[in-house]
Design a protein. Structure first.
Length: 191
């Protein structure tokens, strides 16, 4: 005959196991449909993001990207992959489907749809780019750049590659909405 203490422990173990399974399902659901954490692998987005920052990608917006957003996207097949770089990239959306973008006007600034593009997120003294281009972004694609233009692999350097350096918007994982680590830098990311 089983002891009463082992009989009492069995429902507690089943309840604990059920709680663990429920927590795992909730965590998976949040990561898949609400927000997912990503570590910034390089300094290509400085000064906005630093190497080692952990950011949350808000997955609730779908693939409807807007100019100025910081997005996390799957760059496999578009961006080079080496041992130090993940397949996930974070960059700023500079132009979307239907936009014309060129470098540069007489002052060295990007020109978006015929107007000088204001880029307050760039560090003072940053050259916009040394790569010249004049293109129209096809529907369903985006042209992305790093904020640290001197140290960023982005759409500028992939112009001759398949897709012309423009990433399909359905590759977007989510908008980088906040820094969660390190705690001293934690906070919301503004466009």
């Amino acid at each position: 005959m089983p002891s009463t203490s082992s009989t009492r422990r069995r429902p507690l173990l089943v309840a604990a196991a059920a709680c663990v399974v429920l927590l795992l399902v909730v965590a998976f659901g949040v990561r898949q449909f609400v927000a997912a954490p990503f570590r910034v692998p390089s300094g290509s987005m400085e000064p906005t993001l630093r190497s080692g920052d952990v950011i949350l990608a808000d997955r609730t917006g779908g693939t409807a990207v807007q100019r100025g957003e910081l997005v996390v996207f799957d760059g496999s097949g578009y961006f080079p992959k080496d041992g130090a770089i993940s397949r996930y990239w974070v960059k700023r959306v500079v132009a979307v489907g239907g936009d014309s973008i060129r470098c540069c006007d007489d002052g060295g600034h990007l020109v978006l749809n015929g107007e000088r593009l204001e880029e307050p997120y760039l560090a003072p003294g940053t050259d916009t780019t040394t790569v010249r281009f004049d293109l129209e972004v096809p529907e369903g694609r985006m042209f992305v750049l790093g904020d640290n233009r001197a140290d960023s692999t982005d759409s500028r350097f992939l112009l001759g590659s398949p897709g012309g350096g423009m990433i399909p918007t359905d590759r977007v994982i989510g908008e980088a909405s906040r820094i969660v680590w390190p705690l001293g830098r934690a906070g919301r990311l503004d466009r």
